[in-house]
Design a protein around this ligand. Structure first.
Ligand SMILES: C[S@@+](CC[C@H](N)C(=O)[O-])C[C@H]1O[C@@H](n2cnc3c(N)ncnc32)[C@H](O)[C@@H]1O
Length: 168
């Protein structure tokens, strides 16, 4: 999915990889030229990410933190990327940490995944149509988020609108 929207990623400015895990996307964003910050609660994941960066001769700032406790700066990032992570309480701060006109790329599991993984905690999966609602105050670029979607992953790409208050 990310590669399909490569043309939106000009490699200029700052990018945040939210819950970056082992950092595959952190490395990718850094390879495009972004100044990347990756945040994750898992030191194991971050060590893996650091190794991957070193092997690629790239740099990124890696922060070990619980995102629920970590205050993100306002109006700071040109790109915010969220992959396979959902914490609805964080949505307002993810919005506010983007600069106006900044690009959000969000892709995570929706409830269709429960057919394959029925024991998954439903708090961590989206309802169909939910991601579009959560970012209704953003300017939509692309999404597959609709009721009746057959895929397990919902994605949404959108820009923060100038002058919004990122209130939702
Ligand atoms: C399924 S992994 C996805 C990792 C990465 N985004 C990817 O797509 O490869 C979810 C990640 O969220 C991190 N995570 C979950 N809750 C977190 C929290 N409250 N604060 C920081 N990281 C968290 C986990 O440590 C894990 O690395």
């Amino acid at each position: 999915m990310l590669l399909d929207y490569r043309y939106l990623l000009n490699g200029k400015g700052t990018a945040l990889d939210v819950a970056c895990g082992q950092g595959q996307n952190t490395v990718y964003l850094a390879s495009l030229g972004f100044e990347v910050i990756g945040i994750d609660g898992s030191l194991v994941g971050l060590r893996h990410c650091q190794r991957a960066l070193e092997l690629s001769g790239l740099k990124a700032g890696l922060i070990a933190a619980d995102l629920e406790q970590f205050p993100l700066p306002h109006n700071h990032f040109d790109v915010v990327l969220v992959m396979r992570f959902l914490d609805r309480a964080l949505i307002p701060s993810l919005k506010e940490t983007l600069k106006p006109d900044g690009l959000l790329i969000y892709a995570t599991y929706n409830k269709n995944v429960l057919h394959r993984r029925p024991t998954l905690n439903t708090c961590f999966v989206l309802e169909l149509g939910e991601l579009v609602d959560l970012f209704a105050d953003f300017k939509l670029i692309a999404t597959n988020d609709k009721r009746g979607l057959a895929q397990e992953t919902t994605y949404l790409i959108a820009r923060r609108v100038h002058g919004d208050r990122a209130s939702r």
